[in-house]
Design a protein around this ligand. Sequence first.
Ligand SMILES: [Mg+2]
Length: 402
Amino acid sequence: MRPQPVLQSLRLLQRSHLINSATGRRAIQTASSVRVPNFAFAFDIDGVLLRSSKPIPGAADSLAHLKEQGIPFILLTNGGGKHETERVAEISEKLNIPLDATDIVQSHSPFAELVKGPDSASALENKCVLVAGGDGDNCRRVAEQYGFKNVVTPGDIFMDNPAIWPFSKNFSNYYKTFARPLPRPVDHTDRARGLKIDAVFVFNDPRDWGLDTQVIMDLLLSQDGHVGTLSEKNGRTDLPNHGYQQDGQPHLYFSNPDLYWAAAYPLPRLGQGGFREALEGVWAATTGGLSKGVELKKTVIGKPYQGTYEFAERQLLRNRAKKFEGVSDLPPLQQVYMIGDNPESDIRGANSYRSSYGSKWQSILVRTGVYPGGEPAWTPTTIADDVQKGVQWALKTSKWSS
Ligand SMILES: [Mg+2]
């Protein structure tokens, strides 16, 4: 699949002509003088490029080939719990291919856009946010790297006030390793002084479902996000949603909808979607739930949701614009090939995504991951044995000859 070395260096030369070696300046080029693909790729990671952290045969060669050909791609995963820099370093090493942090979109990557928000009034940069899930406080550190300046974890609240969920005393030694003092005390009598949370992020799969459920429920029922308070509006039938989440409570975000995930155990394990369902159950039992006209207002991102695909496409377009920076008439991106192993997330997401940038997404289902064969729940554009075959199919479909 890789071109001959001579051809390869010629092509690299062809691309490097974008920079004039004498002046060091970028020369103006046109799309007709440079080979600019009007398509790109999005790859799921687990079950497509790696399986149980080991490279899937053909994956490394496929990515190397796309790099050599100057064809843009992005890695799009529902995984997370680490910063993008850390995650791509691991993948780079395993696949022996250089990757940049902007080459990957993880489940929680879109949260970074909320630091500044659409406008200064909604920016969360200087607000206090709760980050739940992940090992230790890894996700807090990821959130801080995104730019959130004031991040609290359920463990911090527990260590400050163990009575909030006494059953977690068995895990005190765990929480001790990373808990930080709260930026404000838990004081429900003096609201000006007490801890107030402005947004709740489930960044990754919670480890201590009990504590996380209790702390999040408290906040959803609180007055204005003040820890230890209870809104008087809860249950008022004259208000929308029976008064629930009508009193300035923090908005609730989930990064990953997957109910189950494939782990080393022979049967699938509950994922973050399992935690969300459990929380929804507690919410419904507490408020009356949908049968009483009460919903749990929240935002869920991750594949297959539109917002995640939109974020990924924006990043892909930025990377593409940078890659072809010297091209004056860069043609629009017309096709994106999403290669994934999970019909419910990868294929469903690509099939239902509507791009506001004008691209069309096609889905390629591979047989190297969770898809067991047979009629998939969501029909892909095509099924390929593995990622290498999928890439070959896409290159042929786009009439790209190497
Ligand atoms: Mg997968």
